[in-house]
Design a protein around this ligand. Structure first.
Ligand SMILES: [Zn+2]
Length: 273
């Protein structure tokens, strides 16, 4: 599932291809892809506009349009975006094509079909509840502490809550908790100040490492350049059950937390919370 580093990689690769391009035609092959407005309104409003900027908020891509509206895309599990030539073939997983004035065509593919498009004037209707951006200079350990204070939920579950911090998913939550030496099942509100500081630093470190590696290609995530992400080669615990911990050599363990697969080192991340 694309998380912050994957979505940011997609954004960076799309910027030179899409900035200032005018949209000339839109084809939607699966209407439930459009969360809002109605698909025919979505198409009507998009055609004729130009893309003035491409931003990211959490796991959302945001296309700013010269009409004043914003086109948001959430890739969810298996969404993929490619820019191809008009004659490029489509397949059963291609759910939309957006034609550009330079002959390029945005292809949206999605095997599991959980991804969604939104077209709104006020982007806060979609992203207004998201917590802070973890790579922003403004994000401080105190903010993280504030958002988990008194919470009974487990810290791993809280890190996946996009209102606590935006952009983390299963891979980078596990990796950050390992680096911070915190057991994923610890109650969030019981973390010490030192633990919260370590976690804050670990989240940034893991996300920056993953960005440099252009994300993790472990299933369907392949960015527009079709150069796969490489963070999976550096991961420390995620999907490494039974393999030695890179710090102490203890076999990595696996557990389910709120239905999510969770990986940790029982020695580096003791359940002493
Ligand atoms: Zn260890």
């Amino acid at each position: 599932m694309p998380e912050l580093p994957e979505v940011e990689t997609v954004r960076r690769e799309l910027v030179p291809l899409l900035t200032s391009r005018r949209i000339t035609r839109v084809e939607i092959y699966w209407h439930r892809l459009i969360d809002r407005p109605a698909p025919e309104i979505f198409v009507q409003h998009l055609v004729g506009t130009s893309i003035t900027a491409l931003r990211r908020r959490g796991k959302y891509l945001i296309f700013d349009l010269d009409s004043g509206e914003h086109w948001l895309i959430h890739l969810r599990m298996t969404g993929q975006i490619y820019v191809r030539q008009a004659q490029a073939p489509i397949d059963a997983h291609t759910h939309a094509r957006v034609y550009l004035d330079d002959g390029g065509v945005i292809h949206y593919r999605d095997q599991r079909k959980f991804g969604r498009f939104y077209l709104v004037r006020d982007e806060d209707q979609v992203v207004g509840d998201l917590g802070p951006e973890p790579l922003s200079e403004d994000w401080q350990p105190e903010d993280l502490a504030e958002r988990i204070r008194g919470r009974r939920a487990r810290i791993k579950t809280l890190l996946l809550d996009q209102r606590v911090v935006a952009g983390l998913g299963n891979i980078y939550a596990d990796e950050a908790l390992f680096l911070a030496r915190i057991h994923p099942a610890c109650e969030g509100g019981r973390l010490t100040e030192a633990q919260v500081r370590r976690l804050h630093r670990a989240i940034r470190q893991v996300l920056l490492e993953a960005l440099r590696a252009r994300g993790s290609t472990m299933s369907t995530y392949i960015p527009p350049s079709e150069r796969r992400g490489e963070y999976q080669q550096q991961r420390r615990v995620y999907r490494r059950k039974g393999q030695p911990c890179p710090v102490c050599g203890t076999p990595i363990e696996h557990m389910k937390l709120s239905g999510r697969s969770t990986y940790f080192c029982p020695r580096c991340q003791p359940f002493s919370c």
